[in-house]
Design a binder for this molecule. Structure first.
Ligand code: FES
Ligand code: FES
Length: 171
């Protein structure tokens, strides 16, 4: 008896469908990085603790090291590579969360940054944007992601900065 251990799936990432053949046990994080070459998604702990591998699946933050690639077939996946948009002048416009990280010096080595960016984007889109963000909300949004470098103060500052920008209507 032969065991079918691979599947043909379509992974739609940042709006682009990709047809890939993956082992059924391939993690979404590995499929993104190794099959699709999207290495912006980082892998740290590989067991759901650090949040570095966070991507959005149908708009919700998911730890891609805890999800199988085959489970993501049929969903819209967004990675850090899809955050910036075309500025219409041949360049790119950073997402407000990326801009806030730049403004607030919210990264050092940058290893954790893609996971924070995706987590914060989802958290800020999920809240009532007309209200000023509270410290409790900031802690809630970033509390599940680990950073070994920054001490979190500037990351939290960036969340407040991005929340204010998004409150003013920028994405
Ligand atoms: S690599 Fe996925 S949570 Fe750490
Ligand atoms: S900036 Fe280095 S781990 Fe967060």
């Amino acid at each position: 008896m032969t065991v079918d251990v691979e599947r043909d799936v379509v992974l739609t990432v940042n709006g682009v469908p990709h047809e890939v053949t993956v082992p059924v046990r391939r993690l979404l994080s590995d499929a993104l990085r190794h099959d699709l070459g999207l290495t912006g998604t980082h892998v740290g702990c590989e067991h759901g603790v650090c949040g570095a591998c966070t991507v959005l699946v149908d708009g919700r933050p998911m730890r891609s090291c805890l999800m199988l690639a085959v489970q993501a077939a049929g969903s819209e996946i967004q990675t850090v590579e899809g955050l910036a948009t075309d500025d219409g002048q041949g360049g790119q416009k950073l997402h407000p969360v990326q801009e806030a990280f730049r403004e607030c010096h919210a990264l050092q080595c940058g290893f954790c940054t893609p996971g924070f960016l995706m987590t914060i984007k989802a958290g800020l889109e999920d809240r009532d944007r007309s209200a000023e963000i509270t410290e409790e909300e900031v802690d809630e949004i970033v509390g599940g992601n680990l950073c070994r470098c920054t001490g979190y103060a500037n990351i939290k500052k960036a969340v407040r900065h991005a929340a204010a920008t998004m409150q003013d209507g920028d994405r």
